[in-house]
Design a protein around this ligand. Sequence first.
Ligand code: NI
Length: 261
Amino acid sequence: MLIDTHAHLNDPAFSSDLPEVMERVLSAGVENIIVVGYDVPSSLRAVELALQWKGIIKAAVGIHPYEADEAHEAAKREIARLAREEMVVAVGETGLDYYRRLSSREAQQELFRWHLELAQQLQKPVVVHSREAFADTLAILREFSPGVKGVMHCFSGSWEMAREFLRLGFFISLAGPVTFRNARKPKEVALHTPLDKLLIETDCPYLAPEPFRGKRNEPSYLKYIALAVAEIKGLSWEEIAQATSCNAQKLFCDSRAFRPI
Ligand code: NI
């Protein structure tokens, strides 16, 4: 059993063949998927999919840092309303992205804090996107520690940086890049992150793992990420599947994750 903790089945890339994608999900042993919103329409769609695929899909709702400059009060109100729904297990994705610079740093930081306040208020975990912005991400998360827990999704930083987020009680999630031959950092992070703090995800439709690199990604490819992590850690595929699924349940379904460590 595997849990894909970050998938964008709400992306238009899946608009024409979602039933077929979901059939492959079930035969690939993926038992649960968290469909993550990145703006209001995609968050609404994530909730819709969670209703349609009850028992398999859960939703996360939020506004991506790319959209921070455009995130007005009405959009925030709608996300805050959706976040209260039972099938919504997390707030996000949110965070900081200084790599693509699609929104100003100030707007990103303000919107990130807004999501963290919402997560704290609802006692739900937060799904964090951080790219080339680890120091600021860490500083802002510290402001909300230990009240807010969550996951560093598709973590692209070094092991030294991962350790800082682990100290705040965050989980580290690895995606397709851990299967890429020349990706040194995700392999180091996979090696050193304790098994009880590791999650896996596809981040589909992006970042397909080997041997599908460059193609559209989908949740049924999650096993390739589990296999790569297993090889790096010298464990079996089943051990990785079991540990990461247990971690995902702990973080997203069990409120005890919020007790201060
Ligand atoms: Ni994402």
